[in-house]
Structure formats: structure tokens, C-alpha cells
Write a protein that binds this ligand. Structure first.
Ligand code: NDP
Length: 433
């Protein structure tokens, strides 16, 4: 905390992980201390911060700040998304990069932890303005990334459009046609099922977690926050599994549709027209729109926070539990505050943390890297079935890890421990680097 003041979200993430690792460290305290393992894990291998100048449609120049953190390469090249949102700062990128190390390890695939972004806000900008920003951002970033070094992807504010502009600029400057970014369009190296992967993966893991605890997702009511990439495909897969998702939200308000969110309307509004959720009621007169926060007051069996960090507070957890919610799976990264997480665990709610529940996105990104390396494209069914297997394996790995340390059903501890074990093993094998 003294070395990195002001990085609140990073401190929150480290506190949570280290809290879970106590029993693991205690087994081998001397070696952990001698080799400064924990100190090395919280110190990124490299952090980049750079100026991103761009020009708007009126000829006005603007300057944003770009970030890339290359946190840990013990098990593979750095991998993690690029977030474009006004709230981005070095502490946010650092917390996301730290979480990414353990998440990537849990996928079972050879990818290290990284993350990046900028405080640029794509909302309300023209396509040309977004292109101007993305080209400028990549003009600097391209010096530090590569298909075998560091492979960024999408995140909040970075979708197919932004990835396309960034890929074009990388290729132009570096002269390399390679899988340096994932989440690409299908015509230039993207993978089928990557768009759906994070949301679908959240549901595959949730289904398995419920099954293991003797419950069936079919017929359950689901409350979802967010209305972006993760939320949309979580809602779609919930419906495909026979559950009913009744809410979605954005940073200004939320919608409730008692008949279940109409996914084609939601996709039209958010993916095609880039409009706000206020539009939804025009298509679905039975639905309600509310300003502000409030999705967590809706009665449900399962809650899926899929918007952003620290969006589900203690009072929300209390409301969910008193309304009978039995399971929570984090589609977003660290959406649940520390005290809300603790409340869920103490009240017997099955709680799947983001680093396990939303790992399907990065796992499928790694499958995109594999396809790019072999210069082949797999079918949707092939990618989707690999994703299902990965999510089911993640659940069993975190369940086993929790059990090994006598922490049955504590999937927060299980995910931290299972992710950590592989990283530590690789770091030990590679010496003090
Ligand atoms: P999108 O940009 O597609 O959507 C983000 C959604 O969250 C929007 O509905 C947005 O509303 C809302 N939101 C963003 N910031 C805030 C805020 N400060 N307060 C309230 N609402 C907010 O992003 P994604 O769906 O890709 O990402 C959502 C979460 O999932 C993030 O935590 C991300 O890190 C995580 N994640 C994403 C993966 C992926 O593959 N895309 C993979 C793993 C994790 P508005 O439009 O009003 O801003």
C-alpha cells in the first residue's frame, strides 16, 4: 500500500487473493520468504504508460493516456483485454492485470497475465474519431506486443470495431500478419464463438456448480446487470438452458422484463444501433425502465453481475439473499465488493468469482491464437464444445482445490489457490526472474 498509494482496486484484489493463499503459504513459509514469491507476484514485470493524441471531427486535438501492464509471463505470453472507459487509470489496469494472471492459469491454457486500456470514451464518438484514437493508441503499443509476446483483446468499450482498427494499424506499422490481437472479425482471423464466449462460459460454469450441488438451472429466474458483450450472451445462454433472465442495466438505468429479456431487441439496441436501454420499452411495452441502480432488488434464484467492478454492495447482497437467491456468478471482474462476497459465503450462497466464472472469454481467445498459429478456423460447434469442457474443468479444479484445504464450497478460495499453484510451480522452475 505504501509503495503504490491510490491503487485502491489493486489493493482490494491483492487482499482477496492473499487472504485465500494463507493455508498454501503456511505449508512452505520458508521457501516463500526466501524466494520472495509473493513480492514477485504483486510486482508487474513491466508497466507502460503513454500519450495518445488524436483529432476529432472538428479538427480539435485531444490527448488521452494509454496503458499496458505485462504482469506475469510464467506460463505463457501476456494475455488480457484493452479497456476504453473514462474511469481507466493505472490502478484499475493493475487490478485487472493481477486478476488476469490467476484467471488465465485456471483456463489450463499457456497464457500469462496482462491488461491495458485508456481513459478514452468511445461513447458518442463517430467511427472516424474512434479510428483516429485506435490508430494512435496502436502506434505506440505495437512496439511492445506481438503474437508470441503479448496478445491484447477486447474489454469494456473495446469491441470488434476497435479491435479491427487496432489490428489494421499494427499490420501497417509492423508489416506482420499475425495473431497479435484476439476478438478479431471472422474475415481476418477471428474465431467463431469468441463474441459469445464470456457470457456462455459464465452459464456453463454456473450450470455445473448448481448440478454439483444437486440443483437444476432449468426453470430458474436470473437477474443480470450490464448490457454489453458479457451480459448479452449470458442472457442468451440462460434462456437456452431453460432459465429466464429478467433484467439488464447500463450506467444510467435498468430494465425489467417479466416475460424474459428479448435478446434480439437487446442486441439490436446495443450492438447495432449503439443506443441506451431507454429504447427497450418501445419494443416491449410490458417491460419497465428505471433510472439509477436497482437490479439487485428483483427476486431471483441466480444473480449475474456482468457490468463492472464494485457494482454489487453489501446491501445488494442482503436484498438478494432475503429474496431467495442461491447462486451468484461474476461475469464482470470484481463486481462484488469484499463485504458483499463475505456475506454471500456466510449465507450459503454458491459464489463463483470472476476469475473462474468469466474465464471463458480469455480461454476462447487462446483458442483463437491456436487457430491463427495453424492458419485454420474451427466450426462454431467445435469452439463451443471446447469452451464447455474448459468451464466444467475450471469448476471441478476450483472445487477440488477448496476441498483439499478443508474449505468446501468456498470457490473464491478454490479459484485463488488453483490458479496460484500452477503459477508458483512455473515461477519456481524458472528461478528468481
Ligand atoms: P461492454 O463495454 O460490452 O459492456 C459494459 C457494460 O457495463 C455496459 O452495459 C456498461 O454500461 C456497463 N458499465 C460499464 N462501466 C460501468 C460503470 N462504471 N457503472 C455502471 N455500468 C457500467 O463490456 P464487457 O461486457 O466486455 O465487459 C463487462 C465486464 O466483464 C467487465 O468487468 C470486463 O472486464 C469483464 N470481462 C469481459 C470479457 C469479455 O470477453 N468481453 C472477458 C472477461 C471479463 P454503459 O453502456 O452505460 O457504459
Amino acid at each position: 500500500v505504501m509503495q503504490n498509494p491510490g491503487e485502491l482496486e489493486f489493493h482490494q484484489a491483492v487482499r482477496e487473493v492473499f487472504g485465500s493463499l494463507k493455508p498454501v503459504v503456511e505449508q512452505n513459509e520458508e521457501q516463500f520468504r526466501r524466494d520472495a514469491l509473493l513480492e514477485r507476484i504483486v510486482n508487474p514485470e513491466r508497466q507502460l504508460k503513454f500519450r495518445v493524441p488524436w483529432v476529432d471531427d472538428n479538427g480539435q486535438a485531444h490527448v488521452n493516456t494509454g496503458y499496458r501492464i505485462q504482469f506475469n509471463s510464467a506460463i505463457g505470453p501476456y494475455k488480457g483485454g484493452i479497456r476504453l472507459h473514462p474511469s481507466v487509470n493505472s490502478g484499475i489496469v493493475k487490478f485487472l492485470g493481477f486478476e488476469q494472471i490467476f484467471k488465465n492459469s485456471l483456463t489450463g491454457l499457456p497464457i500469462g497475465g496482462g491488461k491495458g486500456g485508456s481513459d478514452f470514451d468511445p461513447k458518442g464518438k463517430s467511427d472516424r474519431e474512434v479510428m483516429s484514437f485506435c490508430q494512435s493508441f496502436m502506434t505506440e503499443l505495437c512496439k511492445h506486443i506481438g503474437a508470441d509476446t503479448d496478445v491484447p483483446a477486447g474489454d469494456i468499450g473495446t469491441g470488434a470495431r476497435e479491435i479491427g482498427y487496432m489490428f489494421g494499424q499494427y499490420k501497417r506499422i509492423r508489416g506482420l500478419y499475425e495473431g497479435v490481437l484476439t476478438g478479431k472479425g471472422l474475415s481476418y482471423g477471428g474465431s467463431l464463438a469468441r463474441t459469445e464466449a464470456t457470457g456462455y462460459g459464465v452459464l456453463y460454469l454456473t450450470e455445473e456448480m448448481l448440478k454439483k450441488n444437486g440443483k437444476d438451472i432449468n426453470g430458474m429466474t436470473v437477474v443480470v446487470s450490464g448490457s454489453g458483450n458479457v451480459a448479452i450472451y449470458a442472457i442468451q445462454k440462460a434462456h437456452q438452458l431453460g432459465a429466464k433472465a429478467v433484467t439488464a442495466s447500463d450506467s444510467t438505468g435498468w430494465i425489467f422484463d417479466p416475460d424474459g429479456i428479448d435478446i434480439s431487441v437487446l442486441k439490436e439496441i446495443k450492438e447495432i444501433k449503439r443506443q441506451r436501454l431507454t429504447e427497450y420499452k418501445k419494443h416491449r411495452p410490458n417491460s419497465e425502465y428505471h433510472e439509477g441502480r436497482g437490479v439487485w432488488t428483483v427476486k431471483c434464484d441466480i444473480a449475474l453481475p456482468c457490468a463492472t467492478q464494485n457494482e454489487l454492495f453489501l446491501e445488494d447482497a442482503e436484498a438478494l439473499v432475503s429474496n431467495g437467491c442461491i447462486a451468484v456468478a461474476e461475469g464482470a471482474n470484481m463486481p462484488t465488493t469484499a463485504d458483499a462476497t463475505e456475506y454471500f459465503l456466510q449465507h450459503g450462497v454458491l459464489f463463483a468469482p470472476g476469475k473462474a466464472a468469466n474465464a471463458g472469454g480469455v480461454a476462447t481467445s487462446a483458442l483463437e491464437m491456436t487457430q491463427n498459429s495453424e492458419r485454420l478456423s474451427w466450426s462454431f460447434e467445435e469452439v463451443d464444445s471446447k469452451l464447455q469442457t474448459i468451464m466444467v474443468n475450471i469448476f471441478h479444479n476450483i472445487d477440488d482445490a477448496a476441498r483439499r484445504y478443508g474449505l468446501e464450497n468456498n470457490y473464491v478460495a478454490g479459484a485463488n489457490i488453483a490458479g496460484f499453484e500452477k503459477i508458483v510451480d512455473a515461477m519456481n522452475a524458472q528461478g528468481i526472474v
